[in-house]
Ligand binder design. Structure first.
Ligand code: PEP
Length: 253
């Protein structure tokens, strides 16, 4: 069976609760008839509960942008997996490059977060990708490999099965510079082969790999024609219902 395309919107640190509700309502309407693509949105923590309620009865899945691995306790400012599960999150984004770049996220902390998410039944969107300097130095594959080995360390096959990977070249995020479909496919194929080595060919064939980095209605179709690109993690273009819906409905473009 083929892999169901999966498009997720990462709203990052945007939208008050009121604005988030407006956007969620618009998306619910414009995506009401979409059934051959899985769709998720990741509002900021403050809007998760309200957006989750608004999306009830729709096919749009609620996602969080991060979590902390401890169950509870004296961890000021952090959010636990159980808190996200309780309010209906289905997915959590882990290891986004902005967290690695600005908040000291490492392969080891990514690994702890991934394990905590699986323990609580949250599916993970695990982000990996190289910087411009790493690409120019010819290190793209070794960086992605290191991130995968570190992030997935100790993860059993059954835990890995529901996971989604997001290949997000850092130089393409929020810059308007998208990887060409061929550039992206080359890395996606590498990631799938690596998953085959870490787990099995069967699991590697099931796991969806999203592309992220300045995805727009204009470039989504070309990306989605590639064999190993199974969807997109969308930042800027997910902040407006119209552009996000066009991306989700890429087949109609
Ligand atoms: C992202 O934040 O994951 C992302 C891909 O952002 P943008 O689409 O704005 O490049």
């Amino acid at each position: 069976m083929g892999r169901l395309p999966f498009i997720a919107g990462n709203w990052k640190m945007n939208k008050t609760v009121g604005e988030a509700l407006d956007l969620a309502r618009q998306m619910k309407t414009s995506l009401a008839k979409v059934d051959s693509v899985e769709v998720a949105v990741a509002p900021p923590f403050t809007a998760l509960f309200a957006v989750g309620n608004e999306l009830k009865g729709s096919r749009i899945v609620l996602a969080a942008q991060n979590l902390f691995w401890e169950e509870k306790g004296a961890f000021t400012g952090e959010i636990s997996p159980a808190m996200l599960k309780e309010i209906g999150c289905g997915y959590v984004i882990i290891g986004h490059s902005e967290r690695r770049q600005y908040f000291g996220e490492t392969d080891e902390t990514v690994n702890r977060r991934i394990k905590a998410a699986f323990k609580h039944g949250l599916k993970v969107i695990f982000c990996i990708g190289e910087t411009l300097q790493e690409r120019e130095e010819g290190k793209t594959f070794s960086v992605v490999e290191r991130q995968m080995e570190g992030g997935l360390k100790g993860l059993k096959t059954e835990e890995a099965r529901p996971m989604v990977l997001a290949y997000e070249p850092v130089w393409a995020i929020g810059t308007g510079k998208t990887a060409t479909p061929e550039q992206a496919e080359e890395v996606h194929r590498f990631i799938r082969n690596k998953l085959g080595g870490l787990y099995s060919r069967e699991i590697a064939g099931e796991i969806r790999i999203q592309y992220g980095g300045s995805v727009t209605p204009e470039n989504i179709k070309g990306l989605m024609t590639q064999e190993d690109i199974d969807g997109a993690l969308v930042g800027g273009a997910s902040l407006q219902a119209e552009t996000f819906s066009k991306i989700v409905r890429f087949r109609e473009i």
